[in-house]
Write a protein that binds this ligand. Sequence first.
Ligand code: ASP
Length: 356
Amino acid sequence: MNKTLIFLAYILFLGCKEQTKPIADISVTDTKNEKVEKPSETFGIVIHGGAGTILKKNMTPEKEAAYKAKLEEAIKVGHTILKNGGTSLDAVQKTINILEDSPLFNAGKGAVFTNTGKNELDASIMDGSNLDAGAVAGVTTVKNPINLAREVMINSPHVMLSGAGAEQFATERNLKIVDPTYFYTEDRFKSLERVKEKEKIATKTTAFYDPMIKDAKFGTVGCAALDKNGNLAAGTSTGGMTNKKWNRIGDAPIIGAGTYANNATCAVSSTGWGEYFIRAMVAHDISALMEYKGLSLQEAATLVIQKKVPDLGGDGGIVAIDHKGNVAMEFNTAGMYRATMNTEGEIKIGIYKTQE
Ligand code: ASP
């Protein structure tokens, strides 16, 4: 065999070695002294309830306490599932359900209003173990859109359904259907009226800087989780933006923009100005920076949220967890409702950018 062939065989050998590298990061020696892969006991969960101009001076102590309590209730649901050996997909879905059922967040019950006074909901979910995904856009009668997204992923040959077809599928799958009036909340309706008033007198430039009009875009909920088997999942659910027109769809149901999960890298859920998050492919970009450039989760999240998105003119944030349980909660707005819990059960809840 000549030298070139030996060299090529060696390169091939190295390549194969690289591919068998454990994803779960933990390998133990069994009784026969052979190396076997065992699932890691590490797990973790991180959630957001939207990013925006959330300032302490505009918050009452009661309101702040209500947000923190709901974030805590939601994350504990997911954490318990993970602690008991449940899947990251279940943790993501059930955690988001709590936030969807609360009028505090712009998802499910607290969804914002469209320009014509309706509520059109978007959601998506992704399974990092096989890159399977499901998404729905513009549904008006499905109580928990994240459940429908998961149904699309599991029980349909498609990835994304919208409008009337998505609702028909929801009925066929026996999901909870509600009258559209279920989504009415006085607060959100008043926001619509205020934004419309502002819009009447705003020029293109003042509209861009008006916090009321700008923040008409925020308030989504999302979750990313790692289970004990090393599987990552992420999900996002939203009412979109107040005063949205023409069946506008944001980033939340777009796989790669609002939601992404890949066991080899991380799971991400976004919240922010959807138009920019779609253009920057935020969630997938963070994963790709880890996969192709070797960045850590925090480095990738910082680059995308503090540079790429604002360079385009957008704002918002993400929550993410990597396959080792590291968490990122990165945002470029004044605040982001957020919480995280780790294997040890330590909980961190935050609202503002500066120390709480
Ligand atoms: N990203 C969502 C959208 O543009 C809004 C949000 O995150 O609050 O629809």
